[in-house]
Structures are given as structure tokens and as C-alpha cells.
Design a protein around this ligand. Structure first.
Ligand code: NAD
Ligand code: IPM
Ligand code: MN
Length: 360
């Protein structure tokens, strides 16, 4: 198949991890005979430096016409006090692309769970997906600021809640049939509307068991009984915080991918971590979150399930090996594990062919 993929490497470690993901996509294209065309655009701090805008017009136009967008990360201390923030570019892109549902899967590989401070017995069988609302709530409400006060409005419409919660129910239906809706309905009006809407929708999904959890206790339960959870749906800010917390289960923030989806197939794919200014430019970043985001791109935007699984299985094989980056207790470099990953990917492609030949 032919596909156009817009690349937005961004700032800090963004370009380093995106390079790894692109190499993997190129390997997929040549192995499975697809034609992927890549074009790079600026977003975030590098875009501000170049054009004065965090999301330049040409980047926006390219993302709106591409089949999918692969993003690295934005932000960094050099833009902390600038009038326009790099993060604003990312928020504007999510709003422009109308990608209201941000899927953040968390799987625990036995090898990397050794890096988790959580005891192995709690990590057994953890396989969950967060569905984070991505284009509403306090991220997009009106902001005010005076010398001695500030406000950020958190607003949700029923429609905004419905479309993302439906995504949660549908995802749960195809998995273990369990949906946890996370809110703060004991205090917040937006959460009360969230809970009412979720309960109303649940009538349409009798095959899915719905449970509600307040966000504060959820933060604790996520670490004490993670294997209980299947699909978890929540509003923008709660989802942002809980998914960084969930990365502790997997062993590193550098491992988690995400897919941001709207109504169509076009999506925005990015690892959940940021620009990691402390390790940027040092060839130390773990590229797996970005490579797994590329796998989600293959699955959700291009419908290439076998190819997505092949990438995920190469990542599993890599995590079984000795070759790990510093965040996972190893001393391999970003480029080093990228090479190893590609080697594992190619090896696994040849194996079935060799087995066929042997059988013939
Ligand atoms: P961060 O995610 O950048 O880093 C937190 C810690 O995790 C750091 O110690 C970092 O070295 C480590 N880490 C992150 N990704 C890693 C990887 N792939 N491999 C190894 N270690 C990794 O969070 P932060 O320091 O709070 O934020 C830095 C900047 O990134 C801020 O400007 C923030 O706004 C931005 N940010 C951007 C995105 C995005 O573009 N999607 C996401 C989160 C944060
Ligand atoms: C993320 C990031 C972003 C968010 C920032 C950079 C705007 O933390 O993608 O998780 O808060 O959504
Ligand atoms: Mn975040």
C-alpha cells in the first residue's frame, strides 16, 4: 500500500527517537512491499526558533493531508519563558486534527519489570489501555492571569464525553470486556456529567462491565492491583498524570507509545514521554516508545495488523536480550538498540520463510 507519513521530530530527544521509528517503518515497507513516503516538518521549540510559531501553517497543512503523523516530543528549558510555548503547538495540532481519543497501552514485559520498583507479583499479567480524552477539559478552557490570581476553566460537553467514552466501551468489548471510568465526581461538576454520561451509555454495552473509580484512589490502585484493569477511560489532565504513573509498571517512561485518534483513520502517534532535556543529544534515549507508536500507526491508520505485530514482536525480542538503554539498567545507546531491533525484525521475517523452505 501507499501511505504519506508526516514526521514531526520536535525538540530534545524527539529527533533521536523518531529516527529509530522511521528506520523501523522503512524496514516494514521494504519487507512487506509498501510505499511509505516521509516528509519532515517543524513543531514546538525548533519551529518557534525558525518561524516564530509553535505550529507553523505548513506543518498544519501537511498533517491535515497526511495518512498519519509521527511526532517525537516538544519543549525544553530554553523556551520556558518564551511568550509562545512549544507545548502550545502540540495542543493546537491535537485540536486541528480533532484527535479526541488518546490510546496509551501499557504492557509489562517480564524482563523490564525487573526495573520497576513494584514487586513482580503485582506486575504479573498487567495488560491495560488508557483512553485519555485529548481535546477538551482544562487544557483547552479559557485562561486568565492577573498579578495575583490565575484561572484555567475545565469544561466538557456531553458530546465530548460521549465520543471518547464510546471509544473506551468499544475497545473494552474487543478485549476483556472491562471498563473503568475515572473521575472526581465527589467534587467536580464536569466529573458528575462524565459519570452520568458514562452510566447512560453503558446501557448500549451490556457485554462490558463498567466500574467507576475516583481519581485519587485510582492513583493508588494502579500500583497496588494493576492486573485488575483492562480499559481505563478518563479526562485529559487525569489521563496525562495517570499514564506517566502507569509507566512505572512497565519499567520506564521511555517504553510507552500512544495513538491519538478521531473519527476517521488519520491519527497522531507519539511516545508518551517528553523531550527529556537531561539526556538530549547524548544518544541515550530509549526509542521503544516511539517504535511502538509506529506500530500503532501501522495498526490504526494503515490497517496493517500483521506488520504492527511484527514490529511489536521485534520489540519483545529486544527486551528479552541484554541490549537495553540506561533507563532500563543497561548501557546500550539509542542507535545501538535501533540496529539490534532492526536485526531482530529481519531475523523474524526470515524465519517463517526458512521454515517453509525446509518443509517443502
Ligand atoms: P520527560 O518525559 O521529558 O522526562 C522525564 C524523565 O524521564 C527524564 O529524566 C527523562 O530523561 C526520562 N525519559 C523520558 N523519556 C525517555 C526516554 N525515551 N528514554 C530514557 N529516558 C527518558 O518529562 P519532563 O522532564 O517533565 O519534561 C521535559 C519537557 O518535555 C517539557 O518541556 C514538557 O512540556 C515536554 N513534554 C513533551 C511531551 C510531548 O511532546 N508529547 C510529553 C511530555 C513532556
Ligand atoms: C503528553 C504531554 C503533553 C500533555 C504536553 C507536552 C502538552 O505531557 O503528551 O503527555 O500534557 O498532553
Ligand atoms: Mn504527559
Amino acid at each position: 500500500m501507499k501511505a504519506t507519513i508526516a514526521l514531526l521530530p520536535g525538540d530534545g530527544i524527539g529527533p533521536e527517537v523518531t529516527t529509530a521509528a522511521v528506520k523501523m517503518l522503512q524496514a516494514v515497507a521494504s519487507t512487506y512491499q509498501h510505499e511509505f513516503s516521509f516528509a519532515e516538518y517543524e513543531i514546538g521549540g525548533c519551529a518557534i526558533d525558525l518561524t516564530g510559531q509553535a505550529l507553523p501553517g505548513r506543518t498544519k497543512v501537511a498533517c491535515e493531508s497526511a495518512d498519519a503523523v509521527l511526532l517525537g516530543a516538544v519543549g525544553g528549558p530554553q523556551w520556558a519563558n518564551s511568550k509562545m510555548r512549544p507545548e502550545q503547538g502540540l495542543l493546537e495540532l491535537r485540536a486541528t486534527m480533532q484527535v479526541f481519543a488518546n490510546l496509551r497501552p501499557v504492557r509489562v514485559h517480564p524482563r523490564t519489570s525487573e526495573q520497576s520498583p513494584i514487586k513482580a507479583e503485582y506486575l504479573n499479567g498487567v495488560d491495560l489501555v488508557f483512553v485519555r480524552e485529548l481535546t477538551g477539559g482544562s487544557y483547552f478552557g479559557a485562561r486568565t492571569r492577573s498579578a495575583d490570581s490565575a484561572s484555567d476553566v475545565c469544561r466538557y460537553s456531553t458530546e465530548e464525553i460521549e465520543r471518547v467514552v464510546r471509544r473506551g466501551f468499544e475497545l473494552a468489548r474487543g478485549r476483556r470486556g472491562h471498563l473503568t471510568s475515572i473521575d472526581k465526581a465527589n467534587v467536580l461538576e464536569t466529573s458528575r456529567l462524565w459519570r452520568e454520561t458514562t452510566i447512560r451509555l453503558s446501557a448500549e454495552y451490556p457485554d462490558v462491565t463498567l466500574e467507576h473509580q475516583l481519581v485519587d484512589s485510582m492513583a493508588m490502585l494502579l500500583l497496588t492491583r494493576p492486573s485488575h484493569y483492562d480499559v481505563l477511560v478518563t479526562e485529559n489532565l487525569f489521563g496525562d498524570i495517570l499514564t506517566d504513573e502507569a509507566s512505572v509498571l512497565a519499567g520506564s517512561l521511555g517504553l510507552l507509545p500512544s495513538a491519538s485518534l478521531g473519527h476517521g483513520t488519520r491519527g497522531l502517534y507519539e511516545p508518551i514521554h517528553g523531550s527529556a532535556p537531561d539526556i538530549a543529544g547524548k544518544n541515550k534515549a530509549n526509542p521503544i516508545g516511539s517504535v511502538l507508536s509506529a506500530a500503532l500507526l501501522l495498526r490504526y491508520s494503515l490497517g496493517l495488523e500483521a506488520e504492527a505485530c511484527a514490529v511489536e514482536s521485534a520489540v519483545d525480542a529486544l527486551l528479552d536480550s541484554e541490549e537495553l538503554t540506561a533507563d532500563l539498567g543497561g548501557n546500550a545507546s539509542t542507535t545501538g538498540i535501533t540496529e539490534k531491533l532492526l536485526e531482530l525484525f529481519h531475523q523474524r521475517q526470515q524465519k517463517p520463510k526458512q521454515e517453509k523452505l525446509a518443509a517443502a
